[in-house]
Every structure is written in structure tokens, then in C-alpha cells.
Design a protein. Structure first.
Length: 817
């Protein structure tokens, strides 16, 4: 009993000793890195020799060899055992990481605490402690394993604040500092494998710190301050400088590893930015130090490509937190100016909720257009089709104006055709006359400029179809989808990016190309139609066209009603006034009224009824007062119904539509100047309590940055999303506007709010300390119960052993007798 009890006590003391040496202080971490490893050899020989071997520094080979003989394991066998154990460790770490993959909260919490078991093991803390063994022994041989440890910690802690606290309390920041302090040196001597391992290792280190700095809990601010106090900021700046140098290195680019270096660069940069966002005083490290030659360029590069937005994050406890998100912007994802203007003026601004819901719908369309435009820029041929759109527009417009100006100046009627009687009627002239022009213009200038004009027209048409082909839809009558639905024909879904294949813009670009071709064939007459190109990219003229086309269906129905009324008057004219339309030469009346058939009479009524007074055109036949009395009803009714009411209805629809568009634009301009698009707070709040409304709209709640961030999330693998990225990605995908900070802005948080937050954080800290004491007390009680269990097992086993020895003695005595 004494022996077993002593073993249990020694085991307990050994565990306490291991726990003690596993948590070195920040000041003595380097001094205590080697001695504890040697101290653990006596208690657990085989495992501790492996730990010593894995944490051995250069110059400890003899110690390891002696230790191997001390435990009875030859050095060669120890190397094999070390290799096998390293493979097992990697497998275990990969399994732990995969168990938490995708921010599986349940598994993350379970690895920290198994509440359904009597004895719980904090695997999150154990993995963090295991990283301490490589504190002074990070080289190319151990980089892969340390990288795997950090990746496992990232999977365990991303979005899980309690796990982040556990990792920090296990002094993981010290390990990160050691990794960030690793120098690149002359890495060309080591080969590319060394630099690849170093990039991956440092990238994992900054990714872990970035994940721990996410504001996913009300206590995140306190943790960020603790990290700011223990993180080696000089090493972070060195890492930024190293990553920027590697990103532009020819060898790294040749091996296509510059993307990894760029990701590490932005993560290291965002660590500095996030620490500042939390309000931490970084002292002399608040700005890049001057001695670094390339650090200023690196920070300028990161600053130009880094953006930030504010989102409402809801953590696993249901707490909503207004947090700031930093991300890097790829210039290839830049939005087209045409799309920006369309969203700016056409998004629904009726209310804050309607505004954001419609903005999400527009966001899907803008992302689709931007990603398609990015793919076009990846190929040389398609890139040439879409470059310089604004410049090409003005060049084409200038050539069109120049050609029409030359036509205006040089064209004249040929001799023998001026005031010719043959040209007085249509049958003698079935085609356009051939104008009299200068030979040089006809043979050279017209065709040279016309060929250039045709080339730019063809360029414009091809660009239009290449850029918009993912958005083309072919709407058919409803009965087509009913008839052919069984064969898979489905009605296309209408979105903000959808373009009707036979819409106005599509018809225009095709007719523009045909006009350019026909102008070369027919003396340049069709260049006049090409002048309509002035409407493109002209906001004022486009609004005028919208005033006509917005209520196009209403105008068509009014025109149909007008046609019916004119047809009624044509029938009356044919029945009673056909004699007044006599246009024969012997009649003595010089007019061009035709009413020999009902069709002719209908055409005559349309022509003179709309451009003149029909009652004055048809003469009185016979010219008597009785006839005049009967005609008054016809003439006055036509004037009132068609000329006065009918045409004014058409004008009224157009004028009302134009006024509606003007008022809508005015409301949009007022909303832009008076309210933030994202949070819907009035501008005077920011003028009074912040740095100004323009500064807020430009930097804090820039609506275009939210689209950029959504594009950034779409182009990033979902398995690489951190907690905030995953939350925003899912919310936008589900079309939920709760992610936007409605009526909230971090810049409006007052000092009172900060005081309340600090008190809440202090309360949470006290609660955390009490919970930690409770956990330690629980562990002590569990350890005591375990010792009692071991003593009881020892007592039972010893009792059974004494009974067995007594029984054996009795059997021996009986056999003797």
C-alpha cells in the first residue's frame, strides 16, 4: 500500500511540476525553456525523452544520447521512435482540426470541457501547451509540425472566445513572438522549401493572432489589450516587411507562392490596425518605425488596398456586437462606373429596411457583373474588347459628328435635278438621289472615316454582347412555358441585372451598326441616325427618354384608343363626306384628300386629323347653311375629343412621368445628403458628435465597401472564413439585413457608453476569475477523488492478493499432508 500510495503521490507531484513548467512567465520564458524538459525525464522516461528530443536545441545531442541510454533505448531506435511519434502527433492534430472544421461550436466547446464526464481534459489548452515545447527549437525540421499545431489552434479558437482565452492563458503569444522573430536572412542559400515553410509558419502565426483579435464577445476588448501588452510589435513590423519583400521576390513569384506571402502581409498589417481599433496605446509602435527601408512602402501598399466596414455580429450566446471588419480589396474587383451610377439612383429609398433589402438585391446583380468583368480581364482577347470604354465612346461620337459635318458641308443636289418636276412625286423617284460631292471626299475621306467608324461600331456591339451575355434573357409569352414546361422550358428569373434580348438597348446597338454599314453603301445618309449616340452616357437625355418609355404601356393603350376614335371618324367621313374629298383635276378643287375607299379615308383622317383641323380640311359640299349646321357636330366633336383631350392626355402622361422622375431624383439627392445609406442616421449627428458626415459615409459606412466585402467573401474559400466572415457570408446569402448596423455607428459611441462597456468588461473579468477558481476547485476535488479511488483499488487488490496467498498456502499444506 505504501509503495502504490507513494507512486500516486509522485504522479500527482509530477503532474503539478509539468503544469508549473508549462506556463513560464513572460519575463523568464527563455530561461525556463530547457531545464523543465530535462526535469521530466525521471518521471515518464519514454515520453519525456521524446518531448526532449522534439524540443532539443542545437548542442543538446549528447544530453539526448545519454538520456536515451538512461531509459534503455539505443539512439538509433530512439530516432525511429521519434519519427513514428511525430507522425502520430501530426495525425492526432489533423483529426482535432478536422473535428472543429467549419467553426463547429459544439465540438470546440467539447474539446475544452467534457461536462458529461467525471474527469474532463482541456484539449485546447493541452495543444497550446504542446506548442511551448518548440519554444527554442523552431527550425526547418520542426516548422511543419509547429505550423500544424497553430492551424489546429486556429480551428479550435476561431469564433470561440472561451477557447481564445484558454489559448492566451497558455502563453501562446510567446510562441507566436518567437515565430515572428525568425529572420528570413539569405534564404536563397536554403532553397525554396525553407522559404515556403517559413511563409506558411509565419502566416499561421499571424492568422492565429488575427482570429483572437476578432470582436466576437464583449470581453474581446480586454483580450485585445492583453495581447497588445504581450505581443512583440517589433516582430510584427518585421513580419510585414518580410512578407512584402517576399511578395515581390522573383524566386517566390516563380514558384507561385507570392499569394501566400500577400495573405500573410495583410494579416500582419490588420493586426496593427485591429489593435488600434480597440483603442490600444501602442506607443512608439503606433506608426511604422523610420529605419525600415521598405516598411513604409509595405504599409502604403496595404493601406491603399485595405478597407473596413461595420457589421452587427451575433455570437453563439445570442449577444449582438457592433464590430469593425478589415479586409483587403483586389483591384481586379473594381466596380464599373455604369453599374455604380445605376445602383446609386435606382435603389429603393422609401425606408431604412426597404433600402437595405433592395440594396441586397442590387448587390447580387453587381457581384455577378463584377465577377464576370474580372473573368474577361483574365484573357487577353476579351480584355482588349472591354478596355477604355469611355475613351472609345467619345472617339466614336467625334467621328460621327465629323462625318455628319462633312456631309452637311459638301452634299448638294446634282445639276439637272434642282426643282425638277420628276422629283415632285414618289413614283418617279423610287430611291435617294446621288448627291453632288467633291471627288476627294467621295473616294477617299468618306470611306476612310467610314471604315474607322464601322470598326468602332463593331467594337461597341461585340463589347455589348460579351459584357452582358450572362444577363440576357428571352422572355416568351406565358403559354410557351405552359406548353413546353414538361420539356424543361422554364420562365427566366427577372433580376436587376437581367437584360431583354430584344430590349431597347439591344435593338439600338444593332441598328447603330446597320446604320454605319448602310452609310457606306448609300452616300452617308444613315450617319444622321448615328447621331443618336449622343444619348448614350448622357444622364439628362436618358432621363428624358425614361419619361417617355417608363409609361410606354400606358401610351400604347392611349394610342390604341386614339386609333379606334380616328377609325370611327373615318367611317363617318367615308359615309357622309366622301364628296368633300374629291381630288380630281376637273373638280376645280386643289387638294390631296383621298376617300375613294374606307382605307384611303382612314389614312386621310389620321394625317389631317392629327396635324391639322379636320373640319377645316374637308370643305362644305354643298356650301349651304343647312350643311354647315350638320357639320358643326362632326367638326367640334373631333376637335374636342381628338385634338384637345386626346393629344393632351398623351402630353400629360409624358409630363407627369418627367415630373415624377424629377421628384424621385430630388428625393434621392436629399437622402444622399441628409442620411447615411447603411445606418440611416441623420447627418447632423455626425457633424455634432463625430468627424463629420462625409468622413463617416466615406470610411465607416461606405455602401460600396459592403459590396466589395461580399465579393471578397465570395472569392475566398468558405473553409478559410473566420467567425465574422462566415457570419456575414451566411447573412448576405440568406438575404437578411440584420447584419447591417441600422441606427448604429461606432463613431457615435460616447464616453458614457465606453464607461458602461468598461464596467461590463470588468464584471465579466471578475466572473471569469471566479469561474476559473471554481474550475480549479473542481479539478482539485476530482484529483482527490481519483487518489481515493486508486487507494481503494490498491487496498482491494492487496486484500485479494493476501487471500490468494493464504489459499495457496492452505493448498500446499493439504498437499503435504
Amino acid at each position: 500500500m505504501g509503495t502504490l500510495g507513494g507512486s500516486a503521490v509522485e504522479k500527482e507531484e509530477d503532474e503539478d511540476r509539468v503544469a508549473l513548467v508549462s506556463y513560464p512567465s513572460h519575463s523568464s520564458r527563455r530561461k525556463s525553456a530547457t531545464a523543465p524538459a530535462r526535469a521530466r525525464i525521471s518521471s515518464r522516461p519514454a515520453l519525456d525523452v521524446l518531448e526532449l528530443e522534439s524540443s532539443r536545441t542545437p548542442g543538446q545531442g549528447k544530453d539526448t544520447e545519454l538520456a536515451s541510454y538512461a531509459v534503455g533505448v539505443p539512439p538509433d531506435a530512439l530516432k525511429v521512435l521519434k519519427f513514428q511519434d511525430s507522425a502520430h502527433i501530426k495525425l492526432a492534430l489533423e483529426v482535432l482540426g478536422l473535428m472543429c472544421d467549419g467553426q463547429f461550436r459544439l465540438m470546440q466547446n467539447y474539446l475544452r470541457e467534457q461536462r458529461d464526464n467525471i474527469a474532463t481534459v482541456n484539449l485546447v489548452g493541452e495543444v497550446a501547451v504542446f506548442a511551448q515545447h518548440f519554444y527554442n527549437d523552431i527550425n526547418q525540421d520542426t516548422m511543419e509540425l509547429v505550423h500544424l499545431i497553430l492551424q489546429t489552434l486556429i480551428e479550435m479558437s476561431v469564433g470561440n472566445f472561451p477557447n481564445q482565452e484558454v489559448i492566451y492563458n497558455r502563453l501562446i503569444v510567446d510562441v507566436v513572438n518567437t515565430i515572428l522573430q525568425l529572420s528570413i536572412g539569405d534564404y536563397h542559400e536554403h532553397g525554396f522549401s525553407y522559404i515556403a515553410d517559413l511563409v506558411d509558419l509565419k502566416g499561421s502565426a499571424v492568422e492565429l493572432i488575427e482570429a483572437m483579435l476578432e470582436e466576437t464577445n464583449h470581453r474581446s476588448c480586454h483580450l485585445a489589450k492583453e495581447i497588445a501588452g504581450s505581443l512583440d510589435l517589433a516582430a510584427v513590423y518585421d513580419t510585414v516587411d518580410d512578407f512584402y519583400e517576399l511578395m515581390n521576390d522573383a524566386l517566390v513569384k516563380a514558384e507561385s507562392y507570392d499569394d501566400n506571402a500577400e495573405r500573410g502581409l495583410f494579416r500582419a498589417y490588420h493586426i496593427i490596425v485591429q489593435l488600434k481599433d480597440y483603442g490600444n496605446d501602442l506607443g512608439e509602435w503606433a506608426e511604422p518605425p523610420e529605419p525600415y527601408p521598405t516598411l513604409a512602402k509595405a504599409f502604403s501598399y496595404c493601406k491603399s488596398r485595405s478597407k473596413s466596414i461595420e457589421v452587427n455580429y451575433e455570437n453563439m450566446d445570442g449577444d449582438k456586437i457592433l464590430t469593425k471588419v478589415n479586409f483587403n480589396l483586389d483591384p481586379a474587383n473594381d466596380l464599373r462606373e455604369e453599374v455604380v451610377e445605376k445602383v446609386k439612383w435606382q435603389v429603393n429609398r422609401d425606408s431604412a429596411e426597404d433600402k437595405l433589402r433592395d440594396f441586397l438585391e442590387w448587390m447580387y446583380a453587381v457581384k455577378k457583373d463584377t465577377l464576370h468583368h474580372r473573368r474577361l480581364h483574365q484573357h487577353l482577347l476579351t480584355k482588349l474588347l472591354v478596355v477604355f470604354p469611355t475613351e472609345r465612346y467619345y472617339i466614336l461620337l467625334f467621328i460621327t459628328l465629323l462625318l455628319n459635318l462633312l456631309v452637311l458641308i459638301t452634299f448638294s443636289v446634282p445639276e439637272g435635278r434642282q426643282n425638277d418636276a420628276e422629283n415632285a412625286t414618289w413614283p418617279q423617284v423610287a430611291g435617294p438621289i446621288k448627291p453632288e460631292v467633291d471627288v476627294f471626299f467621295r473616294q477617299y475621306l468618306l470611306y476612310i472615316l467610314g471604315a474607322v467608324h464601322l470598326m468602332f461600331c463593331l467594337w461597341m456591339v461585340v463589347e455589348y454582347f460579351v459584357v452582358n451575355y450572362p444577363n440576357f434573357i428571352l422572355p416568351l409569352p406565358s403559354f410557351f412555358y405552359t406548353l413546353f414546361g414538361r420539356f424543361g422550358l422554364k420562365k427566366p428569373e427577372q433580376t436587376y441585372s437581367s437584360i431583354n434580348i430584344y430590349g431597347l438597348r439591344t435593338v439600338y446597338v444593332v441598328l447603330f451598326l446597320l446604320a454605319s454599314i448602310l452609310s457606306l453603301a448609300f452616300y452617308g445618309y444613315f450617319y444622321a441616325l448615328c447621331l443618336l449616340h449622343i444619348v448614350v452616357n448622357n444622364d439628362i437625355l436618358q432621363r428624358v427618354l425614361r419619361a417617355v418609355t417608363k409609361n410606354g404601356v400606358s401610351l400604347l393603350w392611349v394610342a390604341a384608343l386614339g386609333g379606334v376614335i380616328l377609325y370611327i371618324y373615318a367611317v363617318i367621313s367615308f359615309a357622309f363626306l366622301h364628296e368633300s374629298a374629291d381630288n380630281e383635276a376637273d373638280s376645280g378643287r386643289d387638294n390631296d384628300l383621298f376617300c375613294d375607299t374606307l382605307g384611303q379615308c382612314f389614312v386621310t383622317v389620321i394625317r389631317y386629323g392629327l396635324i391639322d383641323n379636320l373640319g377645316l380640311v374637308f370643305p362644305l359640299v354643298p356650301a349651304e347653311f343647312r350643311t354647315s349646321g350638320l357639320r358643326i357636330l362632326f367638326d367640334v366633336s373631333f376637335f374636342i375629343i381628338v385634338t384637345t383631350i386626346g393629344l393632351n392626355i398623351v402630353f400629360g402622361i409624358i409630363v407627369d412621368t418627367f415630373s415624377e422622375l424629377r421628384d424621385e431624383r430630388f428625393r434621392t439627392e436629399t437622402d444622399k445628403k441628409s442620411f447615411c445609406f447603411i445606418c440611416s442616421l441623420p447627418n447632423h449627428e455626425f457633424e455634432r458628435r463625430a468627424k463629420g458626415f462625409d468622413e463617416h459615409v466615406k470610411n465607416d459606412h461606405n455602401m460600396w465597401k459592403y459590396i466589395y466585402y461580399s465579393i471578397y467573401l465570395d472569392t475566398k474559400d468558405t473553409s478559410d472564413h473566420n467567425a465574422l466572415e462566415k457570419f456575414v457570408y451566411e447573412m448576405i446569402g440568406d438575404g437578411k439585413i440584420e447584419v447591417f448596423p441600422v441606427l448604429q455607428a461606432r463613431c457615435l459611441e460616447t464616453e458614457e457608453d465606453e464607461t458602461v462597456k468598461q464596467l461590463e468588461a470588468l464584471s465579466v473579468m471578475v466572473t471569469s476569475v471566479l469561474e476559473r477558481f471554481k474550475e480549479e476547485e473542481h479539478e482539485r476535488v476530482q484529483r482527490s477523488k481519483k487518489q481515493e479511488q486508486e487507494r481503494w483499488e490498491e487496498k482491494v487488490l492487496r486484500g485479494r492478493g493476501s487471500l490468494a496467498s493464504t489459499a495457496i498456502g492452505s493448498v500446499e499444506e493439504s498437499s503435504v499432508y
